[in-house]
Design a protein around this ligand. Structure first.
Ligand code: GLU
Length: 469
């Protein structure tokens, strides 16, 4: 059975890259009927905090990523990791290294190119007897993994065959002199004891993989499959970072992004899924194929996130969207009545997020909104002054029950013809007077959704405004 894991270090919020990793793992588990394990890698005691652990769990839950096992805490397994390093010491795949930090530093600085330093294997050849004796005498030591010569290779699920020359990898430390296990040892020990079959993580971990494979080999265990997801880049094609704006996933909640939109967006930055609509989670699972993960970096495209969010808002059941927008509207305008379904349904077609929809609904509830200054300046004031009283009169002749987009359009166009003007001369100012803006859904739908009385009142207000100016 497939068993994947997401293994965040709780040293910060769940960021875009981490969330994408979690999501790809989750999709693979769901697709294959496997299990998704959550493991919190909290071994860096100074940088890990319970608040950040909670923030990561909140971020995952917000996205709809559920876990079948865990959260396990890596720090709780310290003893198992220590045991494992001693097991390796006993079978000779690891050895004690007695070189002090200062000594290593000195040898490093003796090199012509100190930056190319790798542990030189000085303690590799110490006999078991001598090693035990020095340990018993109380000398400080670390335990290092003996990396065998040759090549370390794996068939990366995303990147294909990857091969490292083992001589480029130093005999890595498994256990520090204070007996704390290192990251690579802990990860291998946990992945193995948790029965992980696929390790899918960010490309920034590629350099750890040969070290981890070496540990598996030393233990005589077949390593799991590895897959390394390409980087996520900012619009400037540099690695996504705080410089590019918010990278914490949950912060997008406050920007009006809905979790399913974020889910789609993240999925499209790893899986081959370039849809111009927002899919249900089940549909994404259905389409997901591990073998078809994207090989090249994805660019974090904020506009696309907005676009997907807008698609979701435009397509979700009206009840659900009302549930989302009413509280926001009430917070912004506590004393105004919430507009009816017709208004919500119309205005959501253009809104990219919930707060945007709430503000777009304001003109349906009140008529004291500002007019967009730029649009106002472009209006032909003379034409409005000349034609709008007549337009109001014309539209008011439509009987209440016939107040529909089709009837309104007919009347407006007929009136334009009577006056020998282009319909645009009526449409553009009407849009501004009804919404305060230069862009909106179809003006005729807008008239219909706003209702006869409110529409005419807003046209009158606009006309008076121009006359007064
Ligand atoms: N804890 C590591 C991180 O947050 C991930 C380790 C792994 O996936 O192997 O980057």
């Amino acid at each position: 059975m497939v068993k994947v894991r997401f293994a965040p270090s709780p040293t910060g919020y769940l960021h875009i890259g981490g969330a994408r990793t979690a999501l790809i793992n989750w999709l693979h588990a769901k697709k294959t009927g496997g299990k998704f394990v959550l493991r919190v890698e909290d071994t860096d005691e100074e940088r890990s905090t319970p608040e950040m652990t909670q923030a990561i769990l909140d971020g995952l839950s917000w996205l709809g990523i559920t876990w079948d096992e865990g959260p396990h805490f890596q720090s709780h397994n310290k003893r198992i990791h220590q045991d494992l390093s001693y097991k390796m010491l006993a079978n000779g795949t690891a050895y004690r290294c007695f070189c002090s930090k200062e000594e290593l530093e000195r040898r490093k600085n003796e090199l012509a190119k100190p930056e190319e330093w790798r542990y030189d294997g000085k303690c590799r050849g110490i006999s078991k007897e001598e090693s035990d004796r020095r340990a018993l005498a109380g000398e400080f030591f670390v335990i290092r993994c003996r990396i065998p010569d040759g090549r370390i290779e794996w068939d990366d699920v995303v990147k294909g065959k990857i091969s490292f020359d083992a001589s480029q990898i130093e005999d890595l430390v498994l256990l520090r002199s204070d007996a704390s296990p290192t990251y690579n040892l802990s990860v291998v020990a946990d992945d193995y004891s948790m029965g992980i079959t696929h390790i899918i993580r960010g490309e920034d971990h590629i350099s750890n993989t040969p070290k981890q494979i070496a540990i598996y080999k030393a233990l005589g265990i077949d390593p799991p499959l590895f897959g390394h997801l390409p980087l996520i880049l900012g619009p400037d094609k540099k690695k996504l970072s705080k410089r590019h704006g918010t990278t914490s996933v949950i912060a997008y909640k406050d920007e009006g992004i809905l979790p399913l939109a974020m889910f789609n967006f993240l999925a499209s930055m790893g899986a081959s899924l370039d849809e111009d609509r927002c899919l249900a989670r089940e549909e994404i699972v259905e389409r997901f194929e591990l073998q078809k993960l994207k090989k090249s970096p994805s660019v974090f495209d904020r506009e696309r996130l907005n676009f997907i969010n807008g698609k979701l808002i435009g397509g979700m059941p009206l009840d659900e969207i009302r549930e989302l927008v009413v509280p926001v509207f009430k917070k912004l305008y506590p004393f105004l009545p919430f507009p009816d379904d017709k208004a919500v349904n119309l205005m959501r077609s253009r809104a990219r997020n919930v707060p945007e929809l709430a503000t777009a609904l304001y003109p349906f509830a009140a008529d004291d909104f500002y007019y967009d200054e730029k649009v106002l300046q472009k209006l032909n004031h003379e034409s409005v002054t000349k034609n709008f009283l007549g337009l109001i009169y014309k539209l008011s002749s439509i009987e209440d029950p016939s107040w529909s987009a089709a009837e309104i359009e007919k009347a407006l166009r007929a009136y334009a013809e009577e006056r020998g003007i282009h319909a645009k001369e009526l449409i553009h100012p009407s849009r501004l007077f009804l919404t305060g803006k230069g862009e909106s859904p179809s003006i005729f739908d807008l008239f219909e959704a706003m209702g006869k009385q409110a529409s005419l009142k807003r046209l009158e207000r606009g006309l008076n405004f121009l006359n007064a100016g």
